[in-house]
Design a binder for this molecule. Sequence first.
Ligand code: BGC
Length: 249
Amino acid sequence: MHVLGIDIGGFGIKGALVDVKRGTLVTEPLCLPTPTSAKPEEMALVVRDLCEHFQWHGITGAGFPAVVKKGVVTTAANIHSSWIGVNAENLFHETTGLSMHVLNDADAAGIAEMKFGAGKEFQNNVVILLTLGTGIGSAIFVNGILLPNTEFGHLQIRGRDAEKRASGAAKTREGLSWKAWSKRLLEFLIEMEKLFSPDLFIISGGVSKQTEEFFPYLKTATQLAPAQFFNQAGIVGAAMHAGQKASTS
Ligand code: BGC
C-alpha cells in the first residue's frame, strides 16, 4: 500500500510516497521551506503544495513538531503560538481536501525506526529515539509500544531547555565544534539514562548522517545507533501511522 508521508519541521516541510509494507520511499522526496511566520494557514498552504506536487488523492500522514492529541496541536515551541488549540487534521483536510492523520514528528520517526530501522531488534527493550534538528524531539518505546508525545527536549539542563543547548540548530546557531556540542548532548543523554535506564538511543535528524563526527565523544552506558532512515524516518513513520489508522477505521 502506498501512502503519502509528510514531515513538517521548523525549516522544511518534506514528503514522499511511501510503500508502508516495506518501509521504502517510492518517489524522490520533495522538501519545501517552512514559511518563516510558522503560522497555521501559511504552513497549511505549503502542505497543500506538497500534496499537489505528488498529485495525491489517497491516505496521507503528517508528522508535526509539537504535541498532537487527537489531531489537536497543544504546544508550540518552534512554531507560531497560534497553533495551540488548532485541529491540524481538520485544517489540512480543509486546505488539501485529503484526510490526514497527524502525529508528533519524533513519534513518527520512532515508528519507522522500530519497525524497519535501528530499533527493529529491540522489541523487548526500552528504546529512546531523539531527533536533533530545529528542536529535540523524543519517542520512547517499551517492548515495541510507543508512549506518545513525550517532550524530553524540554528537560531542563543547566537551567535551560535541553533543545536550546543541544539540538542540531543550537550547534549551527552557536557555531559549536562537534566536541563542544557533544559535551552538551552527553549531559542530556546521561540525564535520560538516570530517568529511564534505556537499552538503546537512536539518534535521528539531520546530524544522523554524521554520527562518526560525534558518537566517539558520547560515552554513554547505553548503546547508541544512528537512525537508519537518517532524516527520512519522519516521512516513513507518518505514512505508516496513517496507513495503520486507515486500515483500522
Ligand atoms: C517540540 C516537540 C518536537 C521537537 C522536534 C520540540 O520543540 O516540542 O514536540 O517533537 O521539537 O521537532
